[in-house]
Design a protein around this ligand. Sequence first.
Ligand code: S3P
Length: 450
Amino acid sequence: MTISTNESIPVTSYKCGALTGTMTVPGDKSMSHRSLILGTLALGETTVTGLLEGEDVLCTAEAMRQLGARITRSESGTWHIEGVGVGALQEPKNVLEMGNSGTAARLLMGLVANAPFTTFFSGDASLHKRPMGRVANPLRQMGAEITSRSEDRFPLALTGRDLMPISYTLPVASAQVKSCILLAGMDTAGTTTVTEPKPTRDHTENMLRHFGARVDVELKNDGSRVISLEGQQELRAADVIVPGDPSSAAFIAVAAAIIPGSDVTIENVGLNPLRDGIFETLGEMGADIQISNVRLQAGEQVGDVQVKGGLLKGIEVPPSRAISMIDEYPVLFVAAAMAAGTTTMRGLKELRVKESDRIAVMAEGLKACGVELEELEDGIIIHGRAVPPKGGATVATELDHRIAMSFLVLGMASQEPVTVDDGSVMETSFPGFTQLMNGLGAQIGKKADT
Ligand code: S3P
């Protein structure tokens, strides 16, 4: 497994016919990071099947090795982690390279905040632009020392201290911030409490329990959630089964939904209710989506998603749903561009601080492809014309995997091919995207036969 070089690889997507087939997508990114982190904190050997072997997660694996875990991958693809236990992380010999991964960066800052050494963090140009104050501030409140570039940007150094537990209300709805504080709380005597006014993905809580921790979650009448964790509990090694990533499945679901005659089934997709907003939204837009075989697997809801192609209609997407589909908006913008009528999406300020400013970068690329839209500070209004947009542009991906995949999906349905300036960024979360899509009938990266 190698971390790719920074060589840009342009990739082109050509108009294709109906997509058909049954497939799985790579493992859930959020759960993959957490399985490596909790496996490191646990005593004994944790096994992980279905781990996402994308660059983001490989950065976390390498960081866990530096912090003392023994991590191997067997030929069958199962990962084995021999953890060090809570409070026993080792001082890394090198800078922890977080690549493109905001999740790795923010969760690991919490993880090492109580360790008796200084950890140096760095990442790529995208990560260096992202706000880290949202985690640095609560960690400072707990007692950690953090030195960074201006405005709490990477690279930064974090010196662990004996932390004090805090009770913290999230100022932004962010599972990364919640998880950072809970991980810092793991090695802190006393009870750490996080209140989230709007519930965010709860993989950290679910997986902490799966590793034997007691985590109290209280759902308040106003819809907020209060999560309390008693520090210095021991974690037991566990077997983790990672389902397919709904955020990756979304690209296939949208592609199938916008190409008439398509019929695809994505098996074994994670359907955590705090992550499944995209399927509900596509359904409201008129997509023919069937979810079946729903079951619980290692504490997480999993199922099969079948999508058939047709004509979508524009809708108003409720801003309250944004948290449950925050990573899916770029490809939802593509669905909106293919729909009949106007789609309004608001409450999306957080999209401006993802791997790129996803509102601005998508708006620019979509306009270059002939889509009519209005960019808003906290969202976008897209006027779909029910006929495929012109396409024919080369779009800047700005080191953002989801921008690259979204425009390749657009190219599958637009009149002229769409090129992304750098397809290598897809390795971040979806290794094998091109091959998988081409296996269903897409024409990506090569000239169409017709
Ligand atoms: C993630 C949380 C989300 C999401 C990211 C993964 C996680 O970020 O966008 O891709 O695994 O906790 P925020 O916490 O910034 O909303």
